[in-house]
Design a protein. Structure first.
Length: 90
């Protein structure tokens, strides 16, 4: 596979992880989840570096665009994420 194919594949994987993380946090709301719980629940049994790194990037990126927020060890949806979920019928 060429470099562009690798990049596209990586972008798709990152988007899928972000989607899984956001959906999980929204599904749990109003219950709160810690980052450690998120790693276990979204990452599954595999605690390897690649899974942990992917989830850390997803939380970081979703926080950066205003869909998640970190409060100490907790990962929470923002009001914007909750409203978007509401509009989609979540």
């Amino acid at each position: 596979m060429d470099d562009k194919g690798d990049i596209r594949s990586s972008v798709r994987e990152d988007a899928a992880t972000e989607s899984a993380v956001l959906q999980h946090v929204l599904a749990l709301h109003p219950a709160q989840t810690s980052f450690a719980e998120l790693l276990q629940e979204v990452g599954g049994e595999s605690g390897d570096f690649a899974h942990r790194d992917a989830i850390e990037r997803a939380v970081r990126d979703l926080t950066g665009v205003g869909l998640l927020q970190r409060n100490g060890p907790l990962v929470l949806p923002t009001r914007a994420a909750l409203r978007f979920d509401e509009l989609l019928g979540g």
